[in-house]
Design a protein around this ligand. Structure first.
Ligand code: GDP
Length: 454
């Protein structure tokens, strides 16, 4: 893209690094069919986005990068849960609860043409108890008459209802202004990484031992467990001292509090995972070594890679593994996790404390790789050699040449290769593999983009 090119300085070196910021999180909640998804699409500026309220569809992606008036933020769409008649209220409540846990500001969407329902009121009570700022969006206000409907929503006690028509786009600017105004000051763009601590997300499906591990880590190194006013953005984070250094474990409240296994729990789990990853630099994904690796384990790992975060794989409950299980485990890992063969792995036991001291070295390696920059000169002399030994195959009488490569950004390392023609996926994978062999990148995803220059 243009952005890659803009990052190239005159001598081909990458430009100055943009300071990393923590983005505020804005969650959109509301009953089914009030128009959450269309509002989200409107905010994201996607004109032809898919808007469907099909029961049973669980979207993979729920958090999006958004921007308004120069402020970037993460928009979380909580609209993906399944609906059915029974237990609707409970599920809306669970949705609101999850949103509250992860958001800095909550946007409650109400259908102005219907007015406030008992369910809306229940959600309002829940939101109010949380103390998080709430902005009320009165949706489906397509014309003057709708304004009157919107005004009735003052009754919810959430302050001014902001009339919007997410279909026509009406009012969404004012709504977004209100959202930004509701953000706590310290989260605004000017704000920097507060504590300078490395931020770790501890992830894994239920019962793999996340809270046991967290307890063991905090217990054995004592110091810890502090809501750290003024140093963390969020009281759900914890500062944990490991190997003499402090680390910020993000969203630990979600680990410590047993999340109930209602239907739709998968969706909330994935929402939490994504929200935690937004805030983290590195993820420790815990799997249960005593059980067969599941699809959910693999999905969590893929989410980390897609989010571009560093990754450490931790295999827990090692104390339960006998010879035979270990043998099969190795084969499962080999088979299911080929795409993250680069991740450092620690075989540990949260119960006995086995190998816990290996976590920090693994985190260090992964974070170091994640921030690695390869100088352009070195990158090009290396690639020149690789390409001369293994040129791109000739296809249809043509053979794309590689002209130049650079690494415009880190965290994770991202490379851009300029070529005279399209590079086949197989060849791109080959290049990535050779880059890894040469420069390491243990514990970090690596992105490789190609720009075709005629
Ligand atoms: P979470 O849902 O991921 O937070 O999992 P928990 O920490 O609640 O652990 C789930 C269950 O696994 C509990 O019964 C723990 O006692 C048990 N457990 C956790 N870690 C280990 C371990 O290393 N070895 C053994 N044997 N059991 C463990």
């Amino acid at each position: 893209s243009e952005e890659d090119l803009a990052l190239l300085g005159a001598d081909g070196e990458a430009g100055p690094e943009v300071a990393e910021e923590l983005l505020p999180v804005v969650a959109v909640v509301g009953r089914p069919n009030v128009g959450k998804s269309s509002l989200v699409n409107r905010v994201l500026g996607r004109r032809e986005a898919v808007v469907q309220d099909v029961p049973g569809i669980t979207r993979d992606r729920v958090s999006y990068a958004a921007e308004w008036a120069g402020q970037r933020f993460t928009l979380v769409d909580t609209g993906g849960w399944e609906k059915d008649a029974a237990g609707l209220d409970a599920r809306v409540a669970a949705q609101a609860e999850a949103a509250v846990a992860l958001a800095d500001v909550v946007v409650l969407v109400v259908d102005a043409t219907v007015g406030a329902t008992a369910t809306d009121e229940a959600v309002v009570r829940l939101l109010r108890r949380s103390g998080k700022p709430v902005v009320l969006a009165a949706n489906k206000v397509d014309d003057q008459r709708g304004e009157a409907d919107a005004a009735l929503l003052w009754s919810l006690g959430l302050g001014e209802p902001w009339p919007v028509s997410s279909v026509h786009g009406r009012g969404s600017g004012d709504l977004l202004d209100a959202v930004l105004a509701a953000l706590p000051d310290e989260l605004l763009a000017s704000r920097q990484r507060p504590s300078g601590l490395r931020r770790v997300a501890l992830l894994g499906r239920p019962n793999v031992g996340k809270s046991s591990l967290l307890n063991k880590l905090t217990g054995s190194d004592r110091v810890v467990v502090d809501a750290t006013a003024g140093t963390t953005r969020d009281p759900v984070d914890e500062v944990v001292e490991l190997a003499g250094r402090e680390w910020q474990f993000v969203d630990t409240a979600g680990i410590r509090r047993r999340t109930h296994q209602a239907s739709g729990a998968d969706f909330y789990a994935s929402l939490r995972t994504q929200a935690a990853l937004e805030k983290a630099e590195v993820a420790v994904v815990l799997v249960d070594g005593s059980e067969v690796l599941t699809e959910q384990d693999v999905r969590i790992i893929s989410t980390v890679v897609e989010a571009g975060r560093a990754l450490v794989l931790a295999v827990n409950k090692w104390d339960l593994l006998d010879e035979e299980r270990r043998h099969y485990l190795e084969r499962e890992l080999e088979r299911e996790l080929v795409q993250v063969r680069w991740a450092p792995r620690v075989n540990l036991s949260a119960l006995t404390g086995r190998h816990l001291e290996r976590l920090v070295p693994a985190l260090d390696v992964a974070l170091e790789s994640w921030g690695t920059r390869v100088p352009t000169g070195r990158l090009n002399s290396f690639l020149g050699q690789v390409v001369s030994e293994h040129p791109h195959p000739v296809r249809g009488g043509k053979q794309p040449r590689i002209l130049f490569a650079t690494q415009p950004s880190t965290q994770p390392p991202r490379f851009v290769v300029f070529a005279s023609g399209f590079l086949e996926a197989g060849y791109r994978r080959f290049l990535e593999r050779r880059l890894r062999e040469e420069f390491g990148f243990e514990g970090s995803p690596v992105e490789l983009g190609v720009r075709v220059r005629e």
